[in-house]
Design a protein around this ligand. Structure first.
Ligand SMILES: NS(=O)(=O)c1ccc(Cc2ccc([N+](=O)[O-])cc2)cc1
Ligand SMILES: [Zn+2]
Length: 260
């Protein structure tokens, strides 16, 4: 199977192989801030996000993004919309093309950010990630928008490894301490949450999405460095970009806000 974004008609054709692509709880979606609903229960039981310095083990080129993989030690998510404790498994990102304003998967009032980070967690009521991945309450993903601004040295340490993972399947160990908490925006109290899905095939409807309202600033150069990763395209190996699924219909869902 080639490049899921560039082969055939891309995301709009995914339903041919994955009928759930037209399902009732697909992701990403546009967050229309006039239709979100403040839920005081989310503020009453604050989201608890715990990360540690020693949980990131390796980084791999998955062929559609980079992925920093974790053993989850000391990295847990609970509270807010979650009825269980979720353990951190990996983070990756999605981004756009040079001089384009698209790149994020979720949009806010129709506006895209240049990139979007996903911190993926699995419900510890299940045995492991693979067992959780297709259950309705199996995963929780924190989405953090990237916006152009001041350099983010922490993310730069991860980007320094990109040159070591030039092709799909390439993987290197991370032998320095990296706390994924560095990638959370200064204010991570304010978020939106809704029930959705994986944004790539197999598009399992198993994700409780937690989308941070405040973006994280990274430099324009750092946005460009994302595109130095490489992937296979119908025309050979080239720079990786536009690895995002555009928003899909919200259907019969209400996006809740943790803030008024
Ligand atoms: N973009 S996202 O919705 O955060 C997302 C998060 C995790 C995954 C990982 C993944 C989940 C499941 C499978 N699978 O069952 O073949 C393959 C990859 C895929 C996509
Ligand atoms: Zn993702």
């Amino acid at each position: 199977r080639g490049n899921i974004y560039l082969s055939g008609a891309g995301p709009s054709a995914w339903h041919e192989e994955y009928p759930v692509a037209k399902g009732k709880r697909q992701s990403p979606v546009d967050i229309n801030t006039n239709k979100t609903k403040f839920d005081p229960k989310l503020a009453a039981d604050p989201l608890t996000i715990r990360f540690s310095d020693s949980c990131c083990q390796s980084i791999v080129n998955t062929g559609i993004s980079f992925q920093v993989t974790s053993n989850g030690a000391g990295c847990e998510l609970s509270g807010g919309p979650l009825d269980s404790t979720y353990q951190f498994a990996q983070f990756h990102a999605h981004w756009g093309a040079y001089l384009k304003t698209t790149g994020s998967e979720h949009t806010v009032d129709g506006v895209s950010y240049p990139a979007e980070l996903h911190l993926v967690h699995w419900n510890t009521k299940y045995d492991d990630f693979k067992d959780a991945v297709d259950k309705p309450d199996g995963l929780a993903v924190i989405a953090v928008f990237f916006k152009r601004g001041k350099e983010h040295p922490g993310f730069g340490k991860i980007q320094d490894l990109f040159s070591k993972i030039p092709a799909k399947g390439a993987k290197v160990n991370i032998d320095f301490e990296f706390n994924p908490g560095l990638l959370m925006p200064p204010d991570s109290e304010n978020y939106w949450t809704y029930l959705g899905s994986l944004t790539t095939p197999p598009l399992y409807e198993s994700v409780t999405w937690i989308v941070m309202k405040e973006p994280l600033e990274v430099s324009v150069e750092q946005i460009a460095i994302l595109r130095t990763l490489l992937w296979e395209t119908p025309n050979g190996v080239s720079q990786m970009y536009n690895n995002f699924r555009p928003p899909v219909p919200l259907r019969d869902r209400v996006i809740r806000a943790s803030f008024g």
